[in-house]
Design a protein around this ligand. Structure first.
Ligand code: SAH
Ligand code: SF4
Length: 349
């Protein structure tokens, strides 16, 4: 079973409902008890084994000895000036740290979740890429970011509406753990977050995009493009040398054939680098036959990259050209920039 980094104990948050039931049944407890534990984890969103109501004391003992419930400890929480974005720095059990971002308010919360400590892809404009790769998160550590979020707000649980896998790391480089986490997060009798409210963002790994398509999960796919020819893209996204654009696009067509779902393409707009009319026409030509939506994200500043965000005028010209190719697009609102919680600004030292 997964979720055991830094401890021989089983991480409860890394188990699917079936795995939890199998574990307890291997100890001789019926489904009645695994149901109680599951509900304590995801309905009540408790964080301590001793707090689970109605357990027999022998089961409580066993759970305490063999499992762990708490995987993340919040170290700092910073709130943006407008109060609508919060960035939480969590310590993992092995001392490493990650960040999770809470956006929105009341019942319109979007959670931006990390899948790795650091990232191995090394996109030049991304703070996480600039810090390098440390390790994959376990399924439990991914689920815990959702399960814990409410406590930061001083509540037991938080009405999370959307989840985006756009925090630290490349989810498709941690494929199995990300898929297991999604299975747990979407479970109807648990957190019950609809798969259509979840988006996986990837830098574009063709094999994993195909594998993801084959799962037929109705989870949204976002592909980070940033450039529409190999020369420009390789300069921004080094892994493009290994997985060039035509392979990425081919995999996107495969995904669409299998799922019939629209694909979101992410484009960090960098002034003078990829925000010109010529760039927009290239995107139009590349994607015009696809059911695609382009998300334009004016570059967020990071220490290791001296590019500047595109201005409003070039962003709207870019959109206008995409429209000529029948491509819908959105310019992403810049939120949480004052606390470095924007796309690509997450890093820990
Ligand atoms: N590794 C995945 C998901 C995490 S990054 C991916 O790359 O898709 C989430 C999004 O933030 C991606 O679209 C990424 O391209 C974008 N991003 C990274 N650095 C950025 C920056 N400095 N400014 C704006 N967007 C950035
Ligand atoms: Fe990794 Fe995504 Fe950052 Fe690129 S943009 S370095 S893939 S987290």
């Amino acid at each position: 079973m997964a979720g055991q980094i830094g401890s021989p104990k089983v991480a409860l948050l890394g188990l699917t409902r079936q795995e939890l039931s199998d574990l307890l049944s291997s100890w001789g407890y019926s489904k009645y008890y695994s149901g109680k534990v599951w509900s304590a984890l995801y309905r009540q969103q408790l964080s301590r084994i001793e707090a689970i109501p109605g357990l027999r004391s022998d089961l409580q003992d066993r759970l305490s000895k063999r499992t762990i419930m708490k995987l993340l400890t919040p170290v700092t929480v910073v709130t943006s000036d407008d109060g609508q974005t919060k960035k939480i720095l969590y310590r993992l059990r092995d001392g490493k740290t990650i960040e999770t971002v809470i956006m929105g308010y009341r019942d319109r919360i979007t959670l931006c979740v990390s899948t790795q400590v650091g990232c191995a892809i090394g996109c030049v404009f991304c703070a996480t890429g600039q810090m390098g790769f440390e390790r994959n998160l376990t399924p439990g550590e991914i689920v815990a970011q959702v399960q814990e979020a409410g406590r930061v707000e001083g509540k037991e649980r938080l009405a999370v509406r959307n989840i985006v896998f756009m925090g630290m790391g490349e989810p498709m480089h941690n494929f199995e753990s990300t898929m297991t986490a999604i299975e747990i997060i979407t479970d109807d009798s648990g957190l019950a977050i609809g798969p259509r409210h979840i988006t996986i963002s990837t830098i574009g790994l063709p094999n994993e995009i195909r594998k993801f398509a084959d799962t037929k999960m109705p989870v949204n796919l976002a592909v980070s493009l940033h450039a529409a020819n190999d020369k420009d893209r390789s300069a921004l996204v080094p892994i493009n040398n290994r997985w060039p654009l035509d392979l990425v696009i081919e995999a996107c067509y495969y995904y669409q054939e299998k799922t019939r779902r629209r694909i979101f393409f992410e484009w960090a707009l960098i002034a003078g680098v990829n925000d010109t009319a010529k760039n927009a026409h290239e995107v139009g030509q590349l994607l015009s036959k696809m059911d695609a939506h382009v998300n334009l994200i004016p570059l967020n500043l990071t220490i290791g990259f001296d590019g500047q965000p595109a201005n409003r005028k070039s962003a709207s010209l870019f959109q206008q050209i995409l429209r000529e190719y029948g491509l819908p697009s959105t310019v992403r609102q810049r939120k949480g920039i004052d606390i470095n919680a924007g796309c690509g600004q997450l890093r820990v030292n």
